[in-house]
Write a protein that binds this ligand. Structure first.
Ligand code: ATP
Ligand code: MG
Length: 397
């Protein structure tokens, strides 16, 4: 019954000059999101509004699902568009719309009509239109009552070139449209946290690339597939992702061989950051993103984070820094990554972890241990970078 959607977006931060950039990005992201949906759509801006109009038949549920993943959207209002054929015809259409849109309003229900005239040559004032349509609805549905303060249903009638009827708003994901901020490199593992960190960064309008470190044969092909699957889930929100898969085996074995085992994790993480920063520079990223949260594990104490951070020249963003594990799980369930994240495949960190890793690493002592790697580490880093496999990830189940 709906030929179009009116897209509501947040206004905060998009005043003035930036507004059209925000809107244009939103329009293009909506277009991308709707590509796989059955049907053909026109997305356009009109008077500070964004409309999605279907050309002919389309799959309503799929379209709503796709739109509910587009950052920047606060509400999705399904709209009926009517030609202006006089008030009587409008009243008929409104009555029929109400019956179809709310088939279950049998008992008492309260409503009000809100009319806006964007076209001032319409022969009735807005208030008159609202009052008259209200009367017609009361006549047609005896169980209805008008409540102007706290109605269950608000019927919006907007008189534009066509007349717009809408009364439902489906919640959008909020945030800023992807592409309205810069680009960042996400360190994506197979865990619960980093996909959530990617989602939260993309939600601020940042375009995401990702890097995953694996250690075959210590980590399996299935562990890698799990990360690819997670990237696909994140891409439903973030758009296409370039995923760099880096072979980390030689570096890991070398560290294992040369450095104290209680420092393994921290030294490994420093090399991960270095390599991630290399690809970030190549891709034009302005920062790194991790799923770290203070105190979650030994490598995420304030001291450990400081030592890890020390190798980076780029800002490192940690969007989960203040969240409890339960908060993070909650978001991962909401965005649909949780089930995949908890599949039991080793990621490269779990195999080489020491029983008692340092929790308060000292930078000097870490650097001293790293001098034991002087002979071959540069060659190994070079090789890890040269043998990278870059996969273009599209949104998927
Ligand atoms: P996650 O749930 O994201 O795996 P975690 O709780 O397991 O996080 P760590 O293993 O300490 O924590 O990793 C901290 C962060 O380092 C991760 O959130 C991720 O950003 C990055 N990271 C860890 N392992 C890898 C890996 N194999 N490839 C890419 N990034 C990684
Ligand atoms: Mg992990």
């Amino acid at each position: 019954m709906y030929q179009a959607f009116l897209i509501k977006y947040g206004e905060i931060g998009v005043k003035g000059k930036n507004r059209h950039i925000f809107e244009d990005t939103l329009v293009s992201q909506i277009g991308n999101a709707l590509k796989p949906v059955e049907g053909s759509f026109i997305v356009r801006k009109e008077n500070g509004r964004v409309y999605v109009e279907a050309e002919g038949d389309y799959d309503y549920d799929e379209a709503v699902e796709a739109l509910s993943h587009v950052f920047g959207i606060v509400g999705i209002c399904p709209v009926v568009l009517l030609e202006d054929e006089g008030f009587e015809q409008l009243a008929k259409e409104v009555i029929s719309y109400f019956g179809k849109a709310f088939p279950h309003i049998k008992d008492q229900a309260t409503f009000k009509v809100v009319t806006r005239r964007a076209r001032k040559n319409y022969p009735m004032e807005s208030m008159e239109v609202s009052a008259a349509l209200g009367e017609c609805l009361l006549d047609a549905y005896p169980n209805l009552q008008v409540d102007v303060h706290n109605p269950q249903v608000v019927l919006h009638v907007e008189i534009r070139n066509k007349i717009n009827l809408y009364s439902k708003s489906i919640k959008g994901p909020g945030g800023m449209p992807v592409g309205s901020a810069g680009r960042a490199m996400l360190l994506l593992s197979g865990g619960i946290d980093s996909p959530v960190a990617g989602y939260m960064t993309a939600r601020r309008g940042v375009k995401i690339d990702a890097v995953y470190f694996h250690a075959p044969p210590y980590t399996s092909e299935r562990a890698k597939q799990k990360v690819i699957d997670l990237a696909k889930l994140v891409a439903r929100y973030a758009g296409p992702i370039r995923l760099h898969v880096v072979n980390f085996t030689d570096i890991q074995l070398y560290i294992y061989d040369k450095c104290p085992h209680d420092q393994l994790t921290i030294i490994m993480r420093r090399y991960m950051m270095k390599i991630a920063e290399h690809f970030a520079n190549e891709d034009g990223s302005l920062g790194l993103v991790t799923g770290e949260s203070i105190g979650q594990v030994a490598s995420q104490t304030m001291q450990s984070l400081a030592v890890t951070n020390e190798v980076c020249t780029m800002p490192v963003y940690r969007p989960l820094i203040g969240l409890d594990k339960q908060d993070i799980i909650h978001i991962s369930e909401k965005i649909g990554t949780y089930e995949t994240s908890i599949l039991p495949f080793e990621d490269c960190c779990t195999i080489f972890v020491a029983k008692h890793p340092v929790t308060k690493p000292n930078l000097k002592s870490i650097k001293k241990s790293e001098t034991h790697l002087a002979e071959k580490i540069d060659a190994y880093l070079q090789e890890a970078i040269e043998t990278v496999q870059t996969i273009r990830i599209e949104a998927g189940e």
